[in-house]
Design a protein around this ligand. Sequence first.
Ligand code: NAD
Length: 344
Amino acid sequence: MKKVKVGIVGLGRLGKKYAEDLVYRVHQAEVLAACSLQEEERTYAKEKLGIPYVFTKYEDMLALEEIDTFFVVSPTTFHVAHIIQALEAGKHVFSEKPLGIELSRCLEVERVAKKYPKLICMVGFVRRFDPSYVYAKEKIEKGLIGKPFLVKSQTVDLDETAGFQMEFVKTSGGMFHDYNVHDIDLARWYLGSEVKQVFSTGGAFKYPEFAEVNDADNVLSTCVFEDGSMAQLIASRTAAHGHDTYTEIVGTEGILRIGRPSASTRVQIMDRHGARYECVSTFYDRFKDAFLLMTQEFISYILENKAPKLTLRDATQATRVASAMTESLFLGKGLVQLEAIAPD
Ligand code: NAD
């Protein structure tokens, strides 16, 4: 069986999960190399995962000729550079979201990718690979809920992660680029239109430290799309009950709701605290299966020489909207009209 030879940059919270999936569960992949700034992560890759080559410098890993594709799971502020370097080295690229935090840099990635039409380059919006989100999309395409005109979607994290987020925010681009970028992508996908207007509000209600770094712990945005459809998107770092990702699509003939309750099992507990479900704690608990499906699918694109349905332009559009939300709230611009971008 032909195997796709992989190099991965970033072995942190999420990169380690990709590496484990690629080593143990994606049988058509072989991980040859991994790169991390942290020594303990490199040791883990070499000794526990059996990855033969480990690097501190990405440039050194790029020079490995045998590699077919790089997985970019480095901090957000490095994605654009790491993707462009991989393409210029002649390799397929998978990158974690978001593509970037500036629209101009995302367009630059698109320009470079166009120079290498034989290389596959995809930014992984994991919810598009989650079976429930995929099922909802199929129902919409079959006309089950008529014409969708409103998406309500939220990315809500357990409060325990807020401490970690104070550090992470330095490279994440803030709540809109880091959290709501998923919801923006879903709203575009389900509504089939582009955002033309946004208004965002929010604040550092529980953790004033976030305001000091020009970010927030809870935000809310309203989007108007070119065809008049709407989205209401929420992000939070302060949920007491668990990781609570939820999406609702309202159409002229019905409504689809995905993800409630954010239960970790189907067991309802009835005890002195009432009737309740235990919730998933992290994004990874919720989307573990989708991460694996997405990785398998990306590897199959390479083997079958197939273009991904999820395009670089999708990723650019998500950044464009997240940037407008950032301007609306953090630059105090209020209602922001988005400039259309030239077709790709
Ligand atoms: P992390 O901070 O835990 O790990 C970052 C990794 O990148 C570390 O291994 C570090 O050594 C490495 N690194 C940092 N700078 C580097 C450089 N210049 N060259 C090479 N390696 C470098 O980060 P994380 O939480 O794993 O997040 C990584 C990316 O994954 C982010 O872009 C984030 O947006 C994305 N992410 C997505 C989801 C999702 O739901 N899809 C969830 C979490 C994180």
